[in-house]
Design a protein around this ligand. Structure first.
Ligand code: CTP
Ligand code: MG
Length: 400
């Protein structure tokens, strides 16, 4: 039988607050985000990030049993590493209660707010990495994006230089001896653990935080958390509105050469070249672009929109396919950033007509940048044997 290694890291998850600003009628950690509570989500993140760390959950006295149930459910195979203690009247007292439960061999302690329930595991890793590099205190933080003002009453009296400011998050990490000593010496309340350790004279290292590590404080925050954990589809709008991200999609297509011409490829006609077989004109370049765009928009694939049950697309050329796709993508709230596509075939000789093809495809896509390249496969595969053509496309969409 192998004895598991003694943890060198402890993570204190403070969950003993009342959640007065949330006002949900229960201590905040026990409020549901979906079918899982704030605490359960926080613990899922903790165990995913550090499955071999000691985990100490600090709970309100009246919810100690519930906290244990949640902790055991989240811990899975790490259950022997997890425990629950009762917190105090302030966050600082709750952390102190957690610290008293840290096992002797632990050398590094992270303190994490249960209220930052959706903190991704990467943030824990960045904090642990900075500690491994010798930091005395580590805070994940994000740049401040709003313009800040100093106010007196209701009057803004001065601008504050936001480049000097960051918004601190958790988990905050410390060598255990430093945190223990700083807590033993603390004679007043600090806003967070890093402030307490800083007051004890230690430099604080800042690592990159994450927008998803926001603290659920108000009912609006809870709404945002709910939107983030909701299944795709339900959450799409809520996810994209606060932080719209571009989207990429990939598409490929293959068609065999057929005896009948003409060839249509890259939105242009190639007189004298053998054609490609297919329901439409077999233009693999256009079809790969369509799939990439639909994929980036989350709208399925070419078969769903241009299938053989749509006779109007039989024999259609790239301009029809692309214009229709542009419309679908636009209706879904996206515009095209750029499209890049490459086809594999020994023929036709493409270089001389690249500009013409790119212009035709771009025009069909409302003027979006389209880059087309061609390559041979050194005689290998169906493209090398001249049996057919393959194309691969990547598309970038940005919120409209
Ligand atoms: N916390 C704690 N013990 C306290 C107060 C706070 O363990 N006595 C924890 C909270 O559970 C939370 C974290 O510290 O995970 C951050 O605190 P905050 O967001 O202020 O939570 P609450 O104090 O519960 O909320 P409020 O201030 O709105 O009452
Ligand atoms: Mg509080």
């Amino acid at each position: 039988m192998s004895i598991p290694p003694v943890p060198a890291v402890a993570i204190i998850v403070v969950a003993a607050g009342s959640g007065s600003r949330l006002g949900a009628g229960a201590p905040k950690a026990f409020v549901g985000i979906d079918e899982r509570s704030v605490l359960r989500h926080a613990l899922d993140g903790v165990f995913a990030a550090a499955p071999s760390a000691q985990v100490i959950v600090v709970a309100p006295a009246e919810r100690e049993g519930d906290a244990l149930t949640e902790t055991l459910a989240a811990s899975g195979p790490s259950r022997d590493l997890a425990s629950v203690v009762v917190g105090g009247a302030s966050r600082q007292e709750s952390v102190a209660a957690g610290l008293r439960a840290v096992w002797p061999d632990v050398s590094v302690v992270l303190v994490h707010d249960a209220a930052r329930a959706l903190t991704p595991p990467d943030v824990f890793r960045r904090v642990l990495d900075a500690l491994a590099d010798g930091s005395a205190a580590v805070v994940p933080a994000l740049p401040v994006v709003d313009t800040l003002k100093r106010v007196e009453g209701e009057t803004a009296v001065a601008a504050v230089d936001r480049s000097e400011l960051v918004a601190a998050q958790t988990p905050q990490g410390f060598p255990r001896v430093i945190l223990d000593a700083a807590y033993a010496a603390a004679d007043r309340e600090f806003t967070d653990d890093a402030a307490l350790v800083s007051d004890a004279g230690h430099p604080v290292t800042v690592v990159r935080g994450d927008a998803r590590a926001f603290k659920i404080t108000t009912p609006d925050d809870l709404e945002r958390a709910r939107a983030l954990v909701a299944p795709v589809g339900q959450s799409r709008v809520a996810l994209e509105q606060p932080h719209p991200l571009p989207r990429v999609g990939v598409g490929t297509d293959v068609h065999a050469f057929s005896a009948e011409g003409p060839l249509w490829l890259g939105g242009v006609e190639w007189p004298g070249e053998p054609g490609l077989s297919g329901h439409s004109d077999g233009d693999v370049v256009a079809h790969a672009i369509v799939d990439a765009l639909l994929s980036a928009a989350g709208l399925g694939d070419i078969g769903a929109h241009f299938g053989t049950d749509r006779p109007e697309f039989a024999g259609a050329h790239a301009d029809v396919f692309l214009a229709h796709t542009l419309g679908l993508v636009g209706e879904a709230g996206w515009r095209i950033g750029n499209v890049s596509v490459q086809f594999q075939s020994a023929r036709p000789r493409f270089a001389a007509r690249r500009g013409e093809a790119e212009a035709a495809l771009s025009a069909a896509l409302g003027g979006a940048l389209v880059s087309v390249s061609a390559t041979t496969t050194d005689g290998l595969g169906f493209a090398g044997r001249g049996e057919g053509v393959a194309a691969f496309a990547v598309a970038l969409l940005v919120p409209a």
